[in-house]
Ligand binder design. Structure first.
Ligand SMILES: Cc1ncc(COP(=O)(O)O)c(C=O)c1O
Length: 394
């Protein structure tokens, strides 16, 4: 079986983990936490990085630290992982689900602009932007850099500035991806552009700690609050005294040791991902009816997953192609089921009305090919040959 993903662990991993075990620093108080956070902040060029237990908790922590709560709304894309709406709902706020761009699969800035212009009004008394349909305050835009390709951040940051909104980036799948702003602003890493950026370090991610996550920000007060909330919010100067509701989202020293080792190898990992994409692109470019993942001129994608879309002229539906690949020992995954189609939201009128034809279309046509860091060039050839043979009925 060619797995859809397999982690590749940097050589230093065993040494750093052995150090934790030998010294007994296995929970969240050891020195690797600080080292990993400092190195990650340094890599991204941001002021602060705060470790958490997962990408899901990183998103929740960032939103909670920003004070999101009941009566607030967060704009999210429909083609994304369920952790995104979950994190919003944990705070008591509600997601506004908007459609994505057909080319990048990411939040469509045109849709965001339309919603802010036509679907919202400014409430002068409350000094808040209100969703006309629900009356709630729209506070945050939450773009997700899906499959390692950056969102159109120039437009999204511009809209956030114009309407006084915060931006929280979900860079769970985009470690090392870059958005290039025009002019003096220049290139910026995904996760380092919004008020906060959130990462996942699950085992299939470009940088892994097994399970884990990170919130990054330039906002010192926000970082401070995130640190307090992730560690049960002991009162300053008085341990075991608590004045606010908080969480235990502490990463362990062992996980941070793994993370530090992977971070030291991140440039090599990104090179491997980009080489994989180049090899797939070369072999699949002439396959009719297969839309390959883009790389916009303003983007450096890290191709977390090699995500393709099966168009009508491929000759068979996506699910049939995936089943035939499986018969040949090739494991693949579909794109996400769009958020507004999740049964969880089926009875909620806020979501059943969501109009996301592009996310719907991608949800039935999109899938990704084996894309792990351990994938060999010969395996890429096997996958591409199989796709071509299946299409031609061989
Ligand atoms: C876009 C996106 N956001 C958030 C998450 C949640 O991360 P985790 O699985 O570490 O909780 C994932 C996980 O795969 C993801 O792909």
């Amino acid at each position: 079986m060619i797995p859809v993903n397999e982690p590749l662990l940097a050589r230093a991993t065993l040494r750093y983990v052995a150090d934790c075990v030998r010294t007994g620093w296995i929970s969240s108080a050891g020195s690797y936490i600080g080292k990993f956070e400092a190195a990650f902040a340094d890599y991204l060029g941001v002021g602060h990085a705060v470790t958490t237990t997962s990408g899901t908790t990183a998103l929740h922590l960032a939103l909670a630290a920003m004070g999101l709560g009941p009566g607030d709304e967060v704009v999210i894309p429909s083609q994304t992982m369920i952790a995104v709406p979950y994190a919003v709902l944990y705070t008591g706020a509600k997601p506004v689900i908007l459609d994505v761009d057909r080319e990048t699969y990411n939040l469509d800035p045109g849709r965001v602009e339309h919603f802010l212009k036509k679907g919202c009004r400014y409430d002068r008394r409350a000094k808040a932007l209100r969703n006309k349909a629900t009356g709630r305050r729209v506070k945050v835009l939450l773009p997700v850099h899906l499959f390692g390709h950056p969102c159109a951040m120039g437009e999204i940051m511009g809209l956030a500035g114009e309407y006084g909104l915060d931006v929280v980036e979900d860079a769970a799948e985009a470690h090392g991806a870059v958005y290039r702003f025009g002019g003096r602003k220049g290139p910026r890493f995904c996760g380092a552009m919004g008020r906060a950026g959130c990462f996942s370090f699950y085992a299939n991610k470009i940088l892994t700690t097994g399970e884990g996550g990170m919130v990054v920000t330039d906002d010192e007060a926000l970082a401070e609050k995130a640190r307090r909330l992730k560690d049960l919010a002991h009162a300053p100067g008085r341990r075991f005294l608590h004045t606010e509701l908080a969480f235990n989202y502490r990463m362990t020293n062992v996980q941070a040791a793994i993370g530090l080792a992977q971070l030291e190898a991140i440039d090599r990992f990104i090179t491997l991902k980009r080489r994989m994409a180049e090899a797939y692109g070369r072999r699949l470019a002439k396959v009719p009816g297969l839309t390959l993942p883009p790389e916009k001129p303003w983007a450096r994608s890290v191709y977390w997953m090699y995500a393709v879309v099966v168009e009508d002229d491929f000759g068979m539906p996506r699910d049939a192609l995936m089943a035939k690949l499986k018969e040949r020992g090739i494991d693949t995954r579909t794109f996400f089921i769009p958020v507004h189609r999740q049964p969880l939201f089926a009875k909620d009128p806020d979501y059943t009305g969501a109009d996301c034809p592009v996310a719907d279309d991608l949800g039935v046509r999109g899938f990704y090919l084996p894309s792990g860091l351990a994938l060999k060039p010969a395996q890429i050839k096997t996958v591409c040959d199989a796709v071509r043979e299946i299409q031609s009925g061989r």
